[in-house]
Write a protein that binds this ligand. Structure first.
Ligand SMILES: [Ca+2]
Length: 252
């Protein structure tokens, strides 16, 4: 038996059996961020048809008066090649607003969304950071507490349709200006499923369950100007599908 190395084309003509060796694929990391790659908006229980997708922040938790908000967020995952194996995933949000009289800490859980929605451009009111804190605009076809697409497609459950089991959970303090991270194996599984196409990419929803008055937190959204701080980021570690780099042919 002789062992030869030659071009695949030449070898294929004379050989029936082949063995491929592949390069060791290194883990790559990508950070998905920015308005072009992110859709984010807030759902308001007490303004159930209003959209604030254009607001410079997104909110979760409840106001001092006990009205829940929920953040919807979705990232463009096309930057990760299909066939990749996801090894890590982390969502980072910069805390922008927390009521001084609010609860000192609250656990916000991230869940995979199971119905589609549209970010919208709603922006209303004169609250800090350009409005949106108490609601937004009524815009047909955009996400709000009552619907993923107002006037077209209501949520099955008002407040958003999502997987009950959290993908990640994090304790959020009153530390305005600090970053808070959601990560873990369930979030990795979500990203893997979205890349594989076994789960649609409807993003995630950030909720407090059960809701408690004064737990409200607002984070910088993808529309926030850079001087305020970093926009939402999804950092993904992945191993691309290995590409054959050499062919070793065994001739009989
Ligand atoms: Ca937005």
């Amino acid at each position: 038996m002789r062992h030869l190395t030659m071009s695949g084309t030449a070898a294929a003509a004379i050989c029936a059996a082949a063995f491929f060796s592949v390069a060791e694929a290194a883990i790559e990391q990508v950070v998905v961020t920015g308005a072009e790659s992110t859709e984010d908006t807030t759902l308001y229980q007490n303004a159930a048809d209003e959209n604030a997708g254009g607001w410079q922040a997104v909110a979760s938790g409840s106001t001092l008066a006990g009205f829940p908000r929920r953040t919807l967020i979705r990232f463009d995952l096309d930057v990760v090649p299909s066939g990749s194996t996801v090894s890590s995933a982390q969502l980072d949000l910069r805390l922008a607003i927390a009521a001084a009289a609010g609860s000192e800490e609250t656990t916000l859980t991230l869940h995979r969304v199971t119905s589609d929605w549209a970010e919208g451009t709603g922006l209303a009111g004169l609250a800090p950071m350009g409005g949106g804190g108490q609601g937004g605009d009524v815009l047909q076809g955009t996400a709000c507490w009552s619907a993923g697409f107002l006037g077209t497609s209501a949520w099955t459950t008002p407040g958003g349709d999502f997987v009950e089991t959290p993908s990640a959970a994090t304790l959020v303090t009153l530390g305005v200006g600090e970053d808070f991270a959601w990560t873990g194996e369930n979030l990795v599984a979500d990203v893997q499923a979205m890349i594989d196409g076994t789960a649609p990419n409807y993003g995630w929803i950030l909720v407090e369950e059960p809701d408690s008055a004064g737990s409200g937190r607002a984070f910088l959204s993808s529309e926030a100007p850079a001087n305020l701080g970093p926009a939402p980021r999804l950092t993904i570690g992945f191993e691309p599908t290995p590409v054959p780099t050499e062919s070793y042919w065994i001739l009989n």
